[in-house]
Design a protein around this ligand. Structure first.
Ligand code: SF4
Length: 332
């Protein structure tokens, strides 16, 4: 989509996820929430991770940052950030890296923010974790962050509690906390899903502006392919714990190779196109317990045939596109 992305893609990835498997031992069986995911994130790009609930997109990046809690466990794979193996870091070193190098912002700002602390205290707490500086300096930096994310009258709002902010403003506070230490990579997990459409647009514009101004790499996790189309240069489509299609956003949306991606595109409403019929994808994401070794989309796929009842690997179509479908390229 942008030339910046094109040149970034030629570089070494800043974050490289290989063969990642994160499983949850439950009373009903082993839930393979992430099952062999390979994703590269290149410096400076905005990478969209899209899929329905249960696709494994959030668990993948929670795994990257060591945020998976029992009964969840990473059972295989590697995660490299620059020259470090993140899965080999102990808790202390991972905590030191979180926020400073890679930060995450989550969907539900109200439950993520501490209701008993002012927003100023929460931003300063994050800064203090990574920087040694007098309180006055940290307060000035917190004010700077509030202004950067577009919170008006930061000096007085610094003293307010989360419940005194609107949903959109709380999301800005979350961004201020996530960006306080100027991380190189921001993982934004459904940052706008809980917001009204107009506020959603404002927060996404803000994210795009901050990315430009801070020179950040952004991973945008969302169920909304429309958001990805607008803000991301590349996209990873996930389904049932696996990546099923990866490619530059424009090429992928213009000519999707995987039937699931086609289904996602067909279910986007188009304003102004009165005759356009939204075609929802029939059926549900399968239970991730004891799945047979076959295409995971088979139960919902209009192109399924008996030969799809076998293990389907991700394959490269060209240097930038990959797909997990044996019929890709032959679909009508
Ligand atoms: S491998 Fe078969 S069932 Fe799976 S998405 Fe492709 S055509 Fe559909």
């Amino acid at each position: 989509m942008s030339s910046a992305a094109d040149s970034a893609s030629a570089d070494t990835p800043v974050l490289s996820i290989r063969g990642l498997q994160t499983h949850f031992a439950t009373q009903s069986g082993l839930v393979k929430a992430v099952d062999g995911v390979d994703i590269e994130v290149y410096a400076g790009e905005c990478l969209g991770i899209v899929g329905e609930s249960g696709s494994g997109k959030s668990v993948t990046f929670a795994s990257v940052l060591g945020l998976v809690r029992p009964p969840g466990r990473i059972v295989a794979g590697s995660v490299r950030y620059r020259d470090q193996d993140l899965l080999a870091l102990d808790r202390k070193r991972l905590r030191a890296l979180r926020g400073k190098e890679i930060a995450i912002t989550l969907q539900d700002a109200l439950t993520c923010l501490n209701p008993a602390l002012t927003v100023g205290e929460q931003i300063i707490e994050t800064l203090r974790e990574h920087r040694r500086a007098p309180s006055r300096t940290l307060r000035a930096q917190a004010l700077e962050m509030m202004a950067l994310v577009g919170i008006p009258e930061p000096a007085s709002r610094l003293k307010q509690y989360p419940h005194e902010f609107s949903g959109g403003m709380r999301q800005r506070v979350m961004l201020a906390i996530a960006l306080a230490c100027r991380p190189r990579v921001l993982i934004a997990d459904e940052p706008t899903s809980a917001l009204d459409v107009t506020i959603q647009a404002q927060v996404l514009e803000l994210l795009a502006r901050l990315r430009r101004e801070l020179g950040m790499t952004v991973v945008l996790i969302t169920h909304d392919l429309g958001v990805v189309a607008e803000f991301c240069e590349r996209v990873v489509v996930m389904y049932a714990g696996q990546a099923v299609e990866i490619g530059p956003t424009r090429a992928l949306i213009g000519a999707a190779l995987h039937p699931y991606t086609r289904g996602l595109i067909g279910s986007i409403p188009r304003l102004g196109d009165i005759g356009h019929r939204i075609r929802p994808i029939e059926g549900q994401v399968p239970e991730l317990i004891d799945l047979p070794a076959e295409c995971r989309f088979i139960g919902r796929c209009p192109y399924a045939e008996p030969a799809c009842r076998t293990l389907i690997a991700m394959r490269s179509i060209d240097a930038r596109r990959q797909v997990r479908c044996r019929r890709a390229g032959t679909l009508a």
